[in-house]
Design a protein around this ligand. Structure first.
Ligand code: IPM
Ligand code: MG
Length: 371
């Protein structure tokens, strides 16, 4: 298979984690005889520094031409601490989501059994967690009317949803529930917000067409509690843009590290794959960031192309590095390897026939295992 991939490393640890995912992508290409042509482009603070624009037109064109986009991370503290900044890195990602019509952000949360003790939550609470968040990504309070009033002394953001925007993501979520464990939970704030009441109305109507799917409704404050109290009750969580942003970071606590959670953003044009974590500026350039979320996002990209065996292979390699304890400091502060080494090992596992019995003892001395 021949595919064009737009690669947007972005800011902070973005370039480091992307580099590892690209290593793994090359390994897949070698092993399975595919050709992945990469086109690198700028987005975020780096794009502001180089062009003054967080999303240059050239980047949009490259993404549109590509079969998929692989993206690292966005954000820089110099903008976070300056609320009056006119241009912000995040605008790049938001505009790209809108440009590509990426209305569905899919965030699977899966527990890796060797990491159960890494989670601050008790094992008996998190055992069996296997859920996926379907987050609406191109509307809601992120994109509604916003502005300042009274000479800047008052501000507003509007949460707007159109029925059609709810139907298209809800359709994907219902279908996912049908393929999974047949349970869908709508997370909203229908006891307060009109837009949430519209979500409920639409989802209730649609539920009739999916009789095999059991539908549950939770207010977001209750959901915030339930996802850490009893996460295994969830199968598919369907929610709006802002609630999905918050709930999905919260669910990462279950897995032990936000550095493990991948995502896929699908919609009208080219799909985009990115880890859910941010740019983690404190770690940038130190080769300590966890690349597994980005590598697992690559697995989602491969699956999207229908390369199921290839995607499985990447996932299995990730499972194996975790099982072998070959992880970055976020997962084991006492015994860890670097970000680039995790990338090397995953790439190697993908390309060769390694299994549980392969020795990785010499990885810590800087050598890759000889096979
Ligand atoms: C995410 C991020 C983004 C969001 C930011 C960087 C704009 O937090 O993808 O979850 O809020 O959507
Ligand atoms: Mg977020």
């Amino acid at each position: 298979m021949k595919k064009r991939i737009a690669v947007l490393p972005g800011d902070g640890i973005g370039p480091e984690v992307i580099k590892q995912a690209v290593k793994v992508m090359d390994a897949i290409a070698n092993r399975y005889n595919h050709e992945f042509i990469t086109d690198y482009a700028l987005m975020g603070a780096i794009a502001i520094d180089e062009t003054g624009n967080p999303l240059p037109q050239e980047t949009i064109d490259i993404c549109r031409m590509a079969d998929a986009v692989l993206f690292g991370a966005i954000g820089d503290p110099k903008y976070d601490n300056d609320p009056s900044a006119k241009v912000r890195p995040e605008q790049g990602l938001l505009r790209l989501r809108k440009e590509l019509g990426l209305y569905a952000n899919i965030r699977p949360v899966r527990l890796f059994s060797p990491l159960v003790d890494r989670s601050p939550l008790k094992e008996e609470r998190i055992k069996g967690t296997d859920l996926v968040v379907y987050r609406e990504l191109t509307s809601g309070i992120y994109f509604g009317d916003k502005g300042r009033l009274e000479g800047g002394r008052a501000a507003f953001d509007t949460c707007y949803y159109h029925e059609d925007e709810i139907v298209r993501i809800a359709t994907m979520a219902f279908e996912a529930a049908g393929r999974r464990r047949h349970k869908l939970t709508l997370v909203d704030k229908a006891n307060v917000l009109e837009s949430s009441r519209l979500w409920r109305e639409v989802v209730q109507k649609m539920a009739k067409d999916y009789p095999s799917v059991e539908v549950d409704y939770l207010f977001v404050d209750n959901a915030a509690m339930q996802v850490v109290q009893n996460p295994s009750q969830f199968d598919v969580i369907l929610t709006g843009n802002m609630f999905g942003d918050i709930i999905s970071d919260e669910t990462s606590v279950i897995t032990g590290s936000i550095g493990l959670l991948p995502s896929a953003s699908l919609g009208e044009a080219t799909s985009l794959f990115e880890p859910i974590h941010g740019s983690y500026p404190q770690a940038a350039g130190k080769d300590i960031a966890n690349p597994l979320a980005t590598i697992l996002s690559l697995a989602m990209l491969l699956e999207h192309f229908g390369l199921l065996e290839e995607a499985k292979r990447v996932e299995q390699a990730v499972e194996l590095v975790i099982a072998k304890g070959l992880v970055t400091p976020d997962l084991n502060a006492d015994n860890f390897i670097s970000c680039s080494k995790v990338g090397d090992v995953v790439a190697m596992m993908v390309e060769s026939d390694l299994d549980e019995d392969t020795s990785f003892d010499n990885i810590f001395e800087g050598n890759l295992p000889l096979i």
